[in-house]
Design a protein around this ligand. Structure first.
Ligand SMILES: Cc1cc2nc3c(=O)[nH]c(=O)nc-3n(C[C@H](O)[C@H](O)[C@H](O)COP(=O)(O)O)c2cc1C
Length: 182
């Protein structure tokens, strides 16, 4: 069985989470983890599970203007942040805009700051809405993984993302992912 993880990332944190989720999904699936800039609709062909995530910007999914602002912030001489090579490319909103309907199991995640989601917002809510609008069968609650104020992934979140991937795999393919936790 095949799982595809599609992610958007400006500073690399969501990429790290996507990779960790992919590692968890490998307990039951052949997994492809792809940046949204390379996620042609063909990549979803034959997928049994699609997992989509991106960074939370201004309480929601990114937009062209917020991605530009993220790059500008990283370009400041004092900033230690590096942007991903495709940071100014298409975001998840653009990707969904060109997507057809997929009656495939799916789940959404995001990265965001610490704090109640009511204050920070969460991109995974919008991703979930768009997944449903495109006919996906959303099988899990949207999940957030947390970054520090310095825009670094909180270290424990990598293991939590892997475990979330393992649990997702087990919910789709009961039995296959058992004992996969480390
Ligand atoms: C323009 C901009 C707006 C942001 N707005 C929010 C926000 O509303 N809520 C939040 O929790 N985090 C916000 N953040 C922090 C991002 O969620 C964080 O940079 C992201 O999760 C890091 O993931 P990435 O490295 O994959 O880009 C914002 C970041 C940027 C650059």
């Amino acid at each position: 069985m095949r799982a595809v993880v599609v992610y958007e990332s400006m500073y690399g944190n969501t990429r790290l989470v996507a990779d960790a989720i992919g590692a968890g999904l490998k307990t039951a699936f052949d997994v492809s983890v792809v940046p949204v800039s390379q996620a042609s609709p063909a990549i979803l062909a034959d997928a049994d599970l699609v997992v989509v995530g991106g960074p939370t910007h201004l309480h929601s999914m990114s937009r062209a203007a917020t991605r530009k602002a993220a790059v500008a912030a990283a370009d400041k001489p004092v900033s230690p942040l590096n942007v991903e090579p495709d940071a100014l490319g298409p975001g998840l909103r653009d990707w969904f805009g060109s997507l057809g309907r997929y009656p495939v199991k799916a789940a959404a995640f995001d990265t965001r700051l610490h704090g109640p989601a009511a204050f920070t917002g969460r991109a995974s809510k919008g991703v979930t809405r768009l997944l449903r609008a495109h006919g996906f069968d959303v099988i899990a609650e949207p999940e957030s993984f947390l970054v520090t104020k310095q825009d670094r992934l909180d270290p424990p979140e990598t293991a939590r993302a892997r475990d979330w991937g393992t649990e997702l795999a087990a919910s789709v393919v009961p039995g296959r992912a058992q004992g996969a936790r480390s």
